[in-house]
Design a protein around this ligand. Sequence first.
Ligand SMILES: [Mg+2]
Length: 257
Amino acid sequence: MTTPIMELTGRVRALFTDLDGTLTSDGRVEAKTSALLEKLEAAGIPIVVVTGRPAGWGQAIATLVGAAAVVTENGGVTFIREGGRLEKLYGVPAATLPEWRRRMHASAVDATADVPGARLSSDSRYREVDLAIDWNEEADLTVEDAERVGSRLREAGFAAVRSSVHVNFGPPEFDKLSACKTVVRRAFGGDPADLSPYVFVGDALNDASMFEGFPRSVGVKNVARWWDDLAAKPKFLTTFEEGAGFREVAERALTLG
Ligand SMILES: [Mg+2]
């Protein structure tokens, strides 16, 4: 049972948010959303962006959004702002990456061999830990085909999660939630076992670990599209979709202090 966002209570220590389909509206962050992000920062509510997008986007997002931390590659690579620089953390030991990469590229070929139109996402070349099969960005696969590719990658020993645009896959050693627990400890000096001071907002299947782990988790309205397939549901729901839904959460957080 979900609760309307207006019933969210308690101070928000930091706002964790997904990017695609949550901060973005029709594929871009609107000016009024950016303005609210600045307002949150000024009000002492840090932003953490938690995305399946590549590590190569991490520094750019930190610069553009002024985020305290950016989790990229669904937890594979995390950037934490420390003073004037960004500290970079990997979800797996860096020495194991070359072998993982070799296996992942081979498995991407196997998993998509008989799925017409399935291919690595164009942003895969900027990824350091995970890779992504494009199903709904430049490609136009059915949900069934995307799921078929995902389950083959899981059978090959990878973690694979579907976002609104990609099937991300990589070493089964991290997820968005595990990376965010590191952020809580390192960036906020918080207890990773208690995520109640924080709020997370997201929209898709690759947010399931976050919906489960954050007691105050929020789905923007478009999460309804994947509702039945979500292993864990958000506690709160917004009235509007995408960026407009995020703004409801941000406005609410500002009133709560
Ligand atoms: Mg998303």
